[in-house]
Design a protein around this ligand. Structure first.
Ligand code: GDP
Ligand code: MG
Length: 469
């Protein structure tokens, strides 16, 4: 890991690029105030070095070398340790255009700041103890949340609910470790290890870890979204279904087979779950070079999808080609399948075709829909979500949810160690044996909040942040 230069003051544009009412340049570090006031002239005549923290001034932004004013805006000052990063900090607002913002950034860099790396503000906040690692990760999740449910889960993690739950487990494991160690060091005074009490305490921690892990699949989907590949022969209504689920005319729909040649993806909010729908080119043998590439892409899409929505047309019925495609794909792919029999508006009697579709592969959900009349869409959404644990099974809003794969992996490691500790305890093995696994579990849990996370992991986490956060 690159060493952090805590002596230097970092700066970045904190607002997204493009045009807007205002933009914000943020500075953090020892010299944040000194640098900011080199590019700012207050309307009042006052020494800005004496300006108390948490006050704002209106004034001109100017080039630190020529003194020429290029915009106007606000200066706000924060004083360590009461700032986001825990360091001295300053914010300069300017007008939100590309040119004005870039002028302001160049000015603070010319005045002595260094351009911040992605996530460096939050990384400093973490290293200064303002947030733990799980909370820092929640900052990025909150920024990227695409539905209200994902936002809530990220916000709860930011407020420390996961960290608190983990700290309770850590405290208990430390207590257990102390109880074991005292019998190793002072067996004469305190007597032998109470194996049944130990078993009891370990089992309780293991149940808590297990319960946290149960939330992980839904948590991951809320954070990353569910990927659904829409697959089928040409003209069965794949693009029409995409549009219907999105409630927008996103994909071109025509009666001409081979209309969709490239894959097209859009995210819809289905019951609070961000679902990325990927429309694909209809699967058929074709001589058209571009359409062929589309067909290859369609097949590749299934590989990265959580769920494959296989679309049939009630008008054409189940053809031999449909059977071939579905069986071929379901053998090869890990993704789960749902069948939508589309165009149900055009057929008076659906029972036979629905039955036949159910028989195509074992244990498959079949839904009768019409992209045209929107009939059956609720049932289809339900079916897509129920293939995974994405659906909310009435969990209370205060429940802690594990959303991050890194956290899940660490909890699985803790679980393995705890199960092993339970075994060695049941076998009445000496305390030092059991202690090894308890320490392992403690270490694994500490990786989530950052107490025991290796530096390269910490660095990797912050690299994925946006610049300015
Ligand atoms: N009657 C009826 N026609 C539909 C329905 N969905 C799609 N279509 C028609 O089927 C044709 C092919 O639709 P499209 O979405 O382009 O199919 P794709 O090739 O699978 O993407 C178009 O003419 C649509 O208007 C439906 O639910 N009912
Ligand atoms: Mg299409």
């Amino acid at each position: 890991m690159k060493s952090l230069h805590f002596d230097d003051t970092i700066a970045a544009i904190a607002t997204p690029p493009g045009e807007g009412g205002i933009a914000l340049i943020r500075l953090s570090g020892q010299e944040a105030r000194e640098i900011a006031i080199k590019v700012f002239r207050s309307r009042k005549s006052e020494n800005l070095l004496d300006l108390p923290g948490y006050s704002a001034r209106f004034g001109s932004l100017c080039d630190p070398i020529t003194g020429e004013a290029f915009d106007e805006g606000l200066l706000t000052l924060f004083v360590a340790p009461r700032s986001y990063t825990g360091e001295n900090a300053a914010e300069l607002s300017c007008h939100g255009g590309r040119a004005a913002t870039s002028c302001a950034l160049h000015a603070v860099l010319a005045a002595g700041a260094r351009l911040a790396e992605p996530g460096e503000f939050t990384q400093r906040a973490f290293l200064n103890g303002k947030l733990d690692l799980a909370q820092a990760e929640a900052v990025a999740d909150l920024i990227h949340a695409r539905t209200e449910t994902s936002r809530k889960v990220a916000q709860r993690q930011l407020s420390g609910s996961l960290s608190e739950a983990l700290n309770v487990l850590r405290e208990e494991l430390i207590g257990i470790l102390a109880a074991i160690e005292v019998t190793i060091d002072f067996s004469e005074e305190v007597g032998d290890l109470d194996y049944s009490l130990l078993l009891n305490r370990l089992a309780k921690v293991q149940v808590s870890v297990h319960n946290l892990l149960l939330t992980a699949d839904r948590g991951r989907i809320l954070r990353e979204g569910l990927r659904v590949a829409i697959i089928g022969r040409p003209n069965v209504g794949k693009s029409s279904l995409l549009n219907a689920l999105l409630q927008a005319d996103r994909a071109i729909v025509t009666e001409i087979a081979g209309t969709t040649r490239d894959t097209l993806e859009e995210t819809a909010n289905l019951g609070g779950v961000p679902v990325t729908l990927v429309d694909t080119a209809g699967l058929r043998e074709t001589e058209d070079r571009i359409e062929k590439m589309g067909v290859d892409r369609a097949k590749a899409t299934i590989e990265t999808a959580d769920v494959t929505l296989f679309v049939l047309s009630a008008v054409e019925g189940i053809t031999k080609k449909d059977q071939e495609i579905l069986i071929n794909l379901s053998i090869k792919s890990k993704s789960r399948f749902v069948i939508a029999v589309n165009k149900c508006d055009a057929i008076p009697e659906m029972a036979t075709i629905l039955n036949d579709a159910s028989a195509l592969i074992s244990d498959i959900q079949v839904v009768s829909v019409s992209a045209l009349t929107r009939s059956g869409l609720d049932a289809l959404e339900h079916a897509l979500l129920s293939t995974t644990s994405a659906q909310d099974k009435g969990s209370s809003s205060d429940d802690v949810t594990v959303t991050n794969v890194r956290h899940k992996t660490a909890l699985e490691e803790a679980q393995r160690d705890l199960l092993h500790a339970l075994e060695t305890t049941s076998a009445n093995l000496p305390g030092d044996f059991i202690a090894i696994d308890v320490r392992g579990a403690l270490d694994a849990i500490g990786q989530i909040t950052g107490e025991t996370a290796p530096e390269e992991i910490i660095h990797r986490i912050f690299k994925d942040f946006c610049v300015g956060k």
